[in-house]
Design a protein around this ligand. Structure first.
Ligand SMILES: Cc1cc2nc3c(=O)[nH]c(=O)nc-3n(C[C@H](O)[C@H](O)[C@H](O)COP(=O)(O)O)c2cc1C
Length: 346
């Protein structure tokens, strides 16, 4: 185990140096779930917590950062959604609070956002959904990348983590790259590090942490859920595009199909304009994640979850989750390089 841990520490040294942490495990920002308690718990356990700003106002974000700083002295990051109408003010809040790492999610950051964060001395992390974009981000000066495959919970792209990792890791060497999507155990962490990742990011696996404020019903749905239950949202008609979101199936996901069918039928009969129809479809999920995470309405709310949900089997303290991941990764690495042949099972 010590030998395995040494190897693990060597493999993710670059990620640890970049984050300023003991382990290169990032807790992916999850709207409503990644607030001060979970973020501080992940950082206190040697990982790197990331606050989810989501739709928060600058004042709310300022309070959440201060709340997190009161619970941990360890480094943590803030995830900002690039299409937030007050992105510039949110960046100001992060800079004033001396946040060390800003993660820009949800599409290409507007011109100037990356430079502004960097000029203040903070590090910028961006999500790269393809090699071409990864190269573009590196050119624009980002300090690190997260590559997230379609196994992940929440908004997803079309490509799997395994393929993204093979395409991007060998090509991008000038900045650290963190792999996300579908990671539930330490063996998978070891594998991505060996492929050249500097670290990993996990979301789903932290939802049922004891410190997570997610409603007991939300946690129960995760503990019950199997990989095959976490399915991307389906678009019924290409004229009305739906961004795929991976979530556990419930009454809401079934109703979403019916609502799309009803709206498309009204549009085809000329009873509704295209823009209004699109808005009705988009509006369906408004506030739905909060309804499930905070209010516990797991039938009508959104149960965003990754395929690794099947590996969430109980509520556990964050420190225990991280310790388990480390032990699995270290054991796997030690076994790979042992002189002893692995006995064949009968
Ligand atoms: C409930 C939930 C909410 C999420 N919300 C966000 C978000 O607000 N911003 C973001 O960049 N990613 C969000 N994600 C993605 C996570 O940050 C993380 O990258 C992802 O969960 C990693 O894949 P995994 O779920 O397979 O571990 C969310 C994921 C989940 C499960």
């Amino acid at each position: 185990m010590t030998k395995g841990r040494d190897m693990l520490d060597r493999l993710w040294q670059r990620g640890r140096d970049f984050l300023g942490t003991e382990t290169a495990i990032m807790g992916g920002a999850m709207s409503w779930v990644s607030e001060r308690h979970l973020v501080a718990a992940i950082s206190n356990a040697g990982g790197f917590g990331v606050l989810a700003c989501g739709a928060m106002t600058p004042a709310l974000l300022e309070a959440e950062i201060a709340g997190t700083q009161a619970l941990t002295r360890k480094p943590f990051g803030v995830n900002l959604i690039t299409m937030h109408p007050q992105l510039d003010e949110l960046i100001d809040v992060c800079i004033a609070a001396k946040v060390g790492h800003v993660v820009l999610a949800g599409g290409l950051p507007p011109k100037g956002a990356i430079d502004k964060v960097k000029a203040a001395g903070a590090k910028v992390v961006c999500f790269a959904p393809a090699l071409a974009l990864a190269k573009k981000f590196v050119k624009s000066g980002v300090d690190a990348l997260v590559i997230e495959g379609m196994e992940a919970g929440g908004h997803i792209g079309p490509v799997s983590t395994a393929v993204l990792a093979q395409e991007i890791l060998p090509e991008i060497r000038s900045v650290p790259v963190f792999v996300a999507g579908g990671i539930g155990r330490g063996e998978a962490i070891a594998m991505y590090l060996e492929l050249g990742a500097s670290g990993v990011q996990l979301g789903t696996r932290f939802v049922c942490a004891t410190e997570s404020i997610a409603h007991a019903n939300f946690k129960k749905a995760f503990i019950r859920g199997a990989a095959r239950d976490a399915i991307p949202s389906v678009q019924l008609d290409p004229r009305f595009p739906v961004i795929p979101v991976r979530a556990l199936q419930n009454h809401g996901t079934r109703r979403f199909m019916e609502v799309q069918a009803e709206v498309v039928a009204r549009f085809n009969r000329g009873e509704i304009e295209k823009d209004a129809a699109m808005l009705e479809i988009e509006h369906f999920w408004a506030g739905a994640l909060r309804r499930a995470v905070i209010d516990g309405d797991v039938e009508n709310g959104s149960l965003m979850a990754g395929q690794s949900v099947g590996m969430v089997t109980r509520e556990q303290p964050t420190a225990e989750i991280i310790a388990e991941l480390i032990e699995q990764a270290a054991t796997a690495l030690a076994a790979r390089y042992t002189a002893e042949p692995v006995p064949l099972r009968a």
